[in-house]
Ligand binder design. Structure first.
Ligand code: LAG
Ligand code: CA
Length: 458
């Protein structure tokens, strides 16, 4: 329950961080549908604070559940949901329901609602003082009561034990369900009691087409604290941050690639692990930060994401970023709260400051690989001399070379035939002989990845 993404068996979503709804609709139609993406994680859709400096994180300070945000109006949101759906791409909304805006602020939100955080006054919902925990700041992550009931960086903390609060949050999610979304990323789930999240889920409708919405809960568990991802696996998928760390390190030291999933370390079971190389927080040093691989190291980032998509662990999300030079900097803008359009260059890359990692060939073209091999496990694992390769059942074969060059005959586990390398879009091919062996050649320091699938282009 809560783990079906409702996208016809497709296996990967992309986070189009801070994109406008209108641009997401276009991206579904012109790219995501063609590449086999299941869906899009969108930035928070509800009303949020506006700050003069327009940082990205203003969207993590809700003012009400009205669907007017920096990304667009409710009408634009609905148009996006419908146009994406029409081409087989679903929308997953980042929902911020642990808290409202931070203390010390007042004014008017992105949908025109007044608010005053110090008075706990959010008339756009409405929420008043009785709906919040009394103020205390989270300091000790060793105390689950404090992590759940105190304030995360001064954000006014909602009391989800309260029936009215549960009802209002459920009303917000039910509205999104009515509009056709397929699921939710639950922001700061670690800061809410699993039983409270469950009580909210029980108030939710089935999707219009049937079935429960997909949920993935943001729980930063890197070991060493009492709150574990496993407390949340009954509620859907749970973010697995340890896997990001392991993959980021392993593409720098290939010897570790055999060992990126470590259940001994407490990692989440594959059926509930929600996995990614980086997210909008840790790519800029927020939310756990650490030694995270990002687009700023493009070669290694491509390898990390290709491996994420090739491996047989978890449900995958690809990050799609904008360029930034400081950790608070908001999306490309021509001033004020306006967000620049995502433009597409002749070579398929993005302009106007949008990075669009999901359009890089060794990332975007691996989505088809993951879809094709769903349900199979890794076999014929080969790891030597900074080269890695494996098959996924008898459905696909993947190879990657740290230094960009590989020239080796390997067992692919696949039926005889000619296969296109998905990454080069058929400019290079692989011939598998009657015993399953093939001569594997990689010769591209920039995109040092090869992937072939049964039933793919040939
Ligand atoms: C999350 N997951 O649990 C989000 O992924 C993360 O991006 C959110 O923090 C956080 N939880 C709360 O939703 C972000 C920034 C914070 C920012 C916060 C609220 O990482 O830096 O805090 O959103 O906008 C900012 C200031 C703080 C201030 C706070 C309240 O940085 O100094 O105390 O606002 O005014
Ligand atoms: Ca809380």
């Amino acid at each position: 329950e809560y783990t079906d993404p409702h996208c016809d068996g497709k296996q990967t979503i992309v986070h189009l961080f801070e994109w406008k709804w209108a641009d997401i609709a276009l991206e579904c139609e012109r790219f995501l549908s063609k590449k086999g993406f299941c869906g899009v994680q969108v930035s928070p859709a509800n009303e949020h604070i506006y700050k003069d400096s327009a940082p990205w994180w203003q969207r993590y300070q809700p003012i009400s559940y009205k669907l007017q945000s920096r990304s667009g109006t409710e009408a634009e949101f609905v148009d996006m949901v419908n146009r994406c759906r029409a081409v087989g791409v679903r929308i997953y909304v980042d929902v911020v329901v642990n808290h409202m805006a931070g203390l010390g602020q007042s004014g008017v939100g992105s949908a025109g609602s007044n608010f005053n955080s110090d008075n706990y006054d959010f008339p756009g919902v409405p929420f008043t003082r009785e709906h919040f925990h009394p103020h205390c700041e989270i300091k000790n992550y060793g105390d689950p009561n404090e992590v759940r009931n105190c304030y995360l960086v001064a954000l006014t903390d909602l009391d989800q034990h309260n029936d009215y609060v549960r009802d209002k949050i459920a009303e917000f999610l039910n509205h999104l369900i009515d509009l056709g979304v397929a699921g939710f990323r639950v922001d700061a789930a670690k800061h809410m009691w699993p039983a409270d999240i469950s009580a909210i889920q029980q108030r939710l409708k089935d999707l219009p087409e049937g079935g429960r919405p997909m949920f993935y809960h943001e729980v930063i568990d890197q070991g060493g604290e009492p709150i574990k991802t496993q407390e949340y696996t009954g509620l859907g998928y749970v973010t697995e941050f340890r896997y990001s760390i392991k993959i980021g390190q392993a593409v720098q030291n290939f010897d570790q690639l055999g060992n990126v999933v470590d259940f001994g370390w407490g990692m989440t079971d594959s059926g509930h692990a929600f996995v990614f190389v980086d997210n909008h927080d840790n790519q800029r040093g927020h939310g756990g930060g650490g030694s995270i691989m990002t687009f700023k190291r493009p070669r290694e980032y491509r390898m990390a994401t290709a491996y994420l998509l090739a491996n047989d662990y978890g449900f995958t999300r690809v990050m799609s970023s904008y360029d930034f030079h400081s950790s608070d900097q908001g999306p490309p803008s021509s001033g004020g709260q306006n967000i620049k359009d995502v433009t597409i260059n002749g070579d398929g890359s993005c302009g106007n400051g949008w990075i669009c990692e999901h359009r890089w060939p060794s990332i975007g073209n691996m989505v088809a690989f993951r879809n094709a091999v769903a349900g199979t496990s890794k076999q014929n694992f080969y790891l030597q001399n900074n080269e890695v390769a494996f098959s996924r059942g008898n459905k696909g074969f993947f190879a990657m070379a740290k230094n960009g060059h590989m020239d080796k005959t390997l067992q692919t586990g696949l039926p005889a035939g000619d296969y296109c390398n998905l990454i080069t879009e058929c400019r290079t091919k692989v011939t598998v002989d009657g015993s399953g062996n093939a001569h594997i050649v990689i010769n591209d320091p920039n995109e040092p990845v090869l992937a072939i699938i049964v039933g793919g282009p040939s």
